[in-house]
Design a protein around this ligand. Structure first.
Ligand code: IMP
Length: 187
């Protein structure tokens, strides 16, 4: 039985599918508000999430937002907060080209935010891994076909959706957010 509802504000349908699946384990229902929120120029995901929460806030509504990115160690964290821009411009192949010949270690990081009235919660999740030599797999979205989490052989795009959730930055950030939301409501 779903006992809490939140509104997830994002333009990314891939994130919505993941958050719905993760929150359903905590009996939290997710409504999708398909909107692009303004993002400040900042290299910190936390700053972006706080700004998104301010923009998404509606009186009487519980809102959830998220910001995430792929940080390649050899590129000093690029594309990071600019991940979507990098994907839209140079694409997966472009990122692989820039990283070619370098050490391939990278991490995905997500910061999730919740706001209801004056209550604000931020959580984060990170998964380390490495870039694959070429894109592999058809699942997920964004950089999933080129990221292999540490200790695994497959990219996120080759795994089942639940397999990715169990390991991913978003899985980690959203499970800790869901636990905190459930605790707020005395469950
Ligand atoms: P945001 O909407 O500004 O948070 O953009 C995040 C971007 O980072 C996405 O558009 C993807 O390019 C990338 N990204 C974040 N999380 C993931 C993921 O779980 N898989 C693949 N790419 C991701």
């Amino acid at each position: 039985m779903v006992t809490v509802d939140v509104t997830f504000v994002t333009s990314n349908p891939g994130k919505v599918a993941e958050v719905r699946r993760i929150f359903s384990d905590f009996d939290i229902g997710v409504r999708w508000s398909r909107r692009e929120l303004p993002e400040p120029q900042s290299d910190r995901l936390e700053d972006v999430v706080r700004a998104k929460l301010r923009a998404a806030h509606r009186p009487g509504q519980a809102v959830v937002v998220e910001d995430s990115g792929l940080f390649v160690d050899a590129l000093r964290g690029f594309p990071g907060v600019y991940s979507r821009f990098a994907l839209d411009t140079i694409g997966l192949e472009g990122v692989l080209r820039v990283a070619k010949g370098q050490i391939r270690s990278a991490r995905f990081r997500a910061v999730a935010g919740f706001r209801r009235g004056r209550t604000e919660i931020l959580t984060e999740g990170e998964v380390r891994g490495e870039l694959s030599g070429r894109p592999k797999g058809t699942g997920g979205f964004g950089f999933d076909p080129i990221f292999i989490p540490a200790g695994e052989r497959e990219t996120f795009a080759q795994m089942s959706a639940e397999g990715k959730d169990a390991l991913s930055h978003r899985g980690l950030a959203m499970r800790s957010l869901a636990r905190r939301i459930a605790a707020l409501d005395g469950k």
